[in-house]
Write a protein that binds this ligand. Structure first.
Ligand SMILES: Cc1cc2nc3c(=O)[nH]c(=O)nc-3n(C[C@H](O)[C@H](O)[C@H](O)COP(=O)(O)O)c2cc1C
Length: 370
């Protein structure tokens, strides 16, 4: 019988399914529900020291529906938690009293000030959290204060801030990366150089959900106006998988042993298997919980176990990163296909040393035409 239990950065999880930071971890009440339903860990909604600067608007969600009516894409312009930090400290403490073995991770975000980062880390640790996720990736609202994605897009600042946290924290910490950048490996590498124990990705993708063709106003419309928000849910999964693959490939070659938590559009155990095959140690679910409720962890764990049983994988480590080996360059795909077709038709192909330029293309085309 395969097991989903895993230990990541010293944290023992009964399964790799983690509540991703957002509405599903917005207060003690819902965090408790998550632990009761069997989630492997919970990452709480992002907190900062001064919640009075966080002012949310309404409406702050807009959805993309499939023809069937099912929600497949979700945009939000929600900020980090607007609840006072003192309340969070009390709730973290109560949570650890109620669920001493439950893995509780605080998601934190601060301004570009060393003392603020040290204070928030130390106060959260005093409240008993088991680890941290540093939110370097919220795409809206906070970048105006040089927070969130504004930091996550700047490798130098990222490395420096991770260095501050590394010096202050006694618990593991993951840097959560923004997808709103061309090469996600660059800031990821900087965070690991700064001392992050691991990485998570992706946060939401900067988006405009649509324009109402009656009112001509873009959505979600707040007092007639909008601002670009963050895109999540099933529609973002292919982009998330690509970025997880890129981060995992970089970790494998440059920082072996550092962890990766994958997320973006995960709604099933099979989705989770794909992220793990591309190098994730754990998987997070945020919008999926908003769509299907906390109970969805049960079918997810069952589906992942069924996948493992089918392939005779006893542990997550048996298949973590197994599909990374099947990525190559487009030129190599052409070469492989050309060789395979030639072999099938019995024609000889030139050896590797002789493949070059126009001649290669001509020969490939000729072979492709049979
Ligand atoms: C309404 C909403 C609020 C979110 N708030 C936060 C947040 O406070 N901190 C954070 O790191 N990510 C936040 N996220 C991003 C999610 O944690 C996650 O990175 C993203 O939505 C992709 O995963 P998903 O498709 O499973 O939701 C939020 C997402 C949504 C939809």
């Amino acid at each position: 019988m395969p097991t989903l239990a895993t230990t990541v950065d010293g944290l023992s999880l009964p399964n790799p399914f983690i509540i991703g930071s957002g509405p599903p971890g917005t207060n003690l009440n819902v965090i408790s529900k998550a632990f009761k339903e069997g989630w492997g860990a919970v990452i709480a909604k992002t907190v900062s020291l001064d919640a009075s600067k966080v002012v949310n608007v309404s409406p702050r969600y807009a959805k993309l529906l499939a023809n069937s009516g099912e929600v497949i894409g979700w945009e939000n312009i929600e900020l980090i938690s607007d609840r006072p930090f003192k309340i969070w400290e009390e709730e973290f403490k109560k949570c650890k009293d109620q669920f001493p073995t439950g893995v509780l991770i605080a998601s934190v975000m601060e301004e570009y000030r060393k003392d603020a980062w040290i204070e928030i880390i130390q106060r959260c640790e005093a409240a008993g959290v088991d680890g941290f996720e540093l939110n370097f990736s919220c795409p809206h609202g906070l970048p105006e204060r040089k927070m969130g994605a504004a930091m996550g897009q700047d490798p130098e600042i990222l490395e420096e801030v991770c260095g501050w946290v590394k010096a202050a924290a006694t618990k593991p910490f993951w840097a959560k990366m923004t997808p709103n950048i061309t090469h996600i490996e660059d800031p990821s590498r900087a965070a690991l150089r700064g001392g992050a124990t691991g990485l998570s990705g992706i946060n939401t993708i900067r988006s405009v959900m649509g324009v109402n063709l009656d009112t001509l106003r873009p959505e979600p419309t707040v007092e007639g106006y909008t601002t670009p928000g963050g895109y999540s849910s099933r529609a973002v999964k292919p982009i998330a998988l690509r970025m997880v693959m890129e981060i995992a490939t970089m970790i494998r070659s440059e920082f072996p042993g550092r962890s990766l938590s994958g997320l973006g559009g995960i709604e099933s155990g099979r989705d989770a298997a794909e992220f793990i095959l591309l190098g994730a140690d754990t998987v997070q679910v945020c919008t999926g919980v908003m769509k299907f409720g906390y109970e969805c962890v049960k079918p997810m764990t069952e589906e992942l176990l069924a996948f493992m049983a089918k392939h005779n994988f006893a542990t997550l480590a048996d298949f973590k990163g197994k599909s990374l080996d099947y990525f190559t360059t487009h030129a190599d795909l052409v070469k492989r296909q050309t060789a395979r077709k030639a072999a099938a038709s019995g024609k000889s192909v030139k050896n590797d040393a002789e493949w070059k330029g126009d001649e290669f293309v001509k020969q490939s085309d000729a072979l492709a035409r049979g």
